[in-house]
Ligand binder design. Structure first.
Ligand SMILES: O=C(O)CCC(=O)C(=O)O
Ligand SMILES: [Fe+2]
Length: 317
């Protein structure tokens, strides 16, 4: 029997009944201990909005190369905009990833104090001039996923035997990144090339929307790769490195990769819930058992994120 990832209906995380919330948290706990990856249903994001996001994503990547290059993230002081095919190498030592991407964050003007102070990745987005629906759709989706991320962080707190509001300092003014991705079909003659090389996610939670093509794989404890196929109406949720730091690796930040062997174009939209940049991430007392010591020193969200960007965007080889 191949291993599969669980589907958790999270609707009851918004219930007024604390017992119902705790029951969802128990399922989250089990999934986090097992794989650090699970599907969620009952998330409340309207299907129409999801389809609009995928439509606008396809339309963006269908634009001529020159139009996409005009939106290059190299032109942005805060890493927003277009990233060309092969622009990132997620797996150290592997070939550059066979994907192109687009980064969107909270829309912040120059007067925002965080922008004025030069906080990492804070500032305005770049928007495609010829796609009028793109900006409103992406902003509506961004806001909806930010709320969903905060709901999940409350469930995560409960799953760790912490008060539900434990992560409120992290979910206030959170930094989040919406990333649009396009994976052309794998080239059969290029050995070792992947759509996204094996990596763990940097931040807190990732909420992944994928189209119907498939190709995401998650590493199990025994080193084998589990398929995470598309399931309509769900998101794939995974834990990033900051959760592994918080929990002293009790909860895992699991390796995953994408190989698009379908022969078709694949589109996916991960949403990275990264959290309040000045928040300090240190080992949680409920995750440190007698005789253990923390595996990681405390770090702020921003310090951690800067280090991770430096690693995957080092000079192209
Ligand atoms: O496209 C996917 O399914 C996964 C993308 C991913 O892992 C990432 O962007 O971190
Ligand atoms: Fe990832």
């Amino acid at each position: 029997m191949p291993q599969t990832l669980p589907v958790i209906d999270i609707a009851d995380l918004s219930s007024s009944d604390p017992v119902a919330r705790q029951q969802v948290a128990e399922k989250i706990r089990r999934a986090c201990l097992a794989h650090g990856f699970f599907y969620i249903s009952g998330h409340g994001i309207p299907q129409g909005l999801i389809e609009a996001v995928l439509d606008e994503t396809r339309a963006l990547f269908d634009q001529p190369e020159a139009a996409k290059d005009a939106l290059s993230k190299a032109l942005s002081p805060c890493n927003r905009g277009y990233e060309t095919l092969g622009g990132q190498t997620l797996q150290p030592g592997a070939l550059p990833d066979r994907k192109e991407g687009y980064y969107i964050g909270e829309e912040l003007g120059p007067r925002d104090p965080r922008v004025a102070e030069g906080w990492f990745n804070h500032g305005p987005n770049q928007w495609p001039a010829d796609l009028p629906g793109f900006r409103p759709v992406m902003m509506a989706y961004f806001a909806a996923l930010q709320t969903l991320g905060a709901t999940l962080m409350r469930g995560l707190a409960l799953s760790l035997d912490l008060p539900e509001d434990h992560f409120d300092g992290f979910t206030e003014q959170p930094m989040c990144t919406l990333r649009l991705l396009h994976y052309p079909p794998a080239q059969p003659d290029v050995e070792g090339e992947m759509g996204a090389g094996a990596h763990t996610d940097f931040g807190g939670l990732t909420l992944l929307l994928q189209d119907s093509v498939g190709g995401l794989q998650v590493q199990a404890g025994d080193g084998s790769w589990i398929e995470a196929p598309p399931m309509p109406g769900t998101y794939v949720v995974n834990l990033g490195d900051m959760i592994a730091r918080w929990t002293n690796e009790r909860y895992r930040s699991t390796l995953h990769r994408v190989i698009n062997r379908s022969g078709r174009e694949r589109y996916s939209v991960p949403f990275f819930y990264t959290g309040y940049p000045r928040h300090e991430v240190a080992c949680l007392p409920t995750c440190l058992y007698a005789g253990e010591s923390p595996k990681y020193p405390p770090i702020t969200v921003e310090e951690h994120l800067r280090a991770m960007y430096a690693r995957t965007y080092q000079a192209a080889r």
